[in-house]
Design a protein around this ligand. Structure first.
Ligand code: BV8
Length: 243
């Protein structure tokens, strides 16, 4: 993938870069992306129908098992060259904010420092009745109970219809307003409010770069659309920009 010279020159002068990542950046680690058709027993379900508080209330064991399966896949795989390229980019940029929709924890595992997990983290659980307990995931087949109030414990992720963690969302907005360059990497740009960040960056005068396997609804609005694998494009971009 040839990185446009104009983009390289602009990034070399940028002191604040913001990145939004989605499931696509973990695809080359071997993880299914969020909307990819599910396999086996899970092929009968749509992820959007399982990632809701209603689905968990209706059948806690089904939703718990879905996350246990996904968490095992996360544990079996690991960060890829795309994650590591962003660690490299962060070390070359005075102000760098990595905003992720992913719950796999791979950015922190790769060594990224300033990471905002908008949709939570699959390695943690919290009380379903909201008594504030947050704990490490317990590896058991039955849905665990809160040690404080005995309600079910649930994955510490943000489900559809639930609000995002305010501190992470506010920090993401702040970085989006202040950055000179905003990258959208490996995301279909369908889920709100994360999907609106790129448009906000553009309205504030930042250049917007999309790195994605396929075109998305964002593509017509970006300054640079680099279509291909993030695990190949990001290392090339970091090398050509910062050596
Ligand atoms: C909320 C955690 C307030 C769980 C997830 C407007 C404003 C506010 C809300 C809404 C709104 N309109 C609609 C809503 C409701 C809803 C929403 O957005 N619905 C959509 C589907 C229309 N939003 C919410 O409910 C949010 N809550 O706003 O609170 C509120 C409160 C009450 C009522 C209303 C509002 C909460 C959203 C968070 C949901 N939780 N995840 C879990 O993971 O199980 S979202 C889920 O989607 C994942 O986190 C995932 O990361 C995220 C986005 O998906 P992508 O990452 O983009 O993945 P996808 O598979 O779609 O695409 C992958 C891309 O990668 C593809 O384009 C592919 O081409 C590319 N790719 C593949 N391989 C590669 C690659 N690219 C590069 N290299 C490769 N190798």
């Amino acid at each position: 993938m040839k990185i446009p010279k104009e983009l390289i020159k602009y990034l070399q002068k940028s002191t604040h870069i913001a990145i939004l990542t989605g499931a696509g950046i973990s695809a080359e680690s071997g993880l299914n992306t969020f909307r990819e058709a599910q396999t086996g027993f899970w092929s009968q379900y749509r992820p959007e129908d399982l990632a809701t508080p209603q689905a968990f209330a209706r059948d806690p064991k089904l939703v718990w098992d879905w996350y246990a399966m996904r968490r095992n896949k996360v544990a079996e795989a690991s960060s890829n060259s795309g994650h590591f390229a962003l660690v490299d980019m962060e070390s070359r940029t005075p102000n760098f904010t990595l905003i992720t929709q992913n719950v796999d924890g791979y950015h922190v595992q790769a060594g990224s420092k300033n990471v905002l997990e908008l949709h939570g983290n699959i390695q943690k659980v919290r009380c379903f009745d909201g008594c504030g307990i947050v704990d490490d995931w317990e590896d058991n087949s039955e849905v665990p109970h809160c040690p404080k109030c005995n309600a079910y414990l649930r994955p510490d992720v943000v489900w559809f219809g639930e609000s995002l963690p305010l501190d992470a969302l506010n920090a993401a907005h702040k970085a989006t307003l202040e950055c000179q360059a905003f990258f959208s990497v490996g995301t279909s740009g369908l889920v709100q409010p994360a999907a609106s960040l790129a448009h906000t960056a553009r309205q504030k005068g930042a250049i917007v770069i999309e790195i994605n396997l396929d075109p998305t609804p964002l593509t017509p609005h970006v300054d640079f659309a680099l279509h291909g694998k993030s695990g190949e494009i990001l290392p090339a971009l970091v090398k050509e920009t910062w050596g």
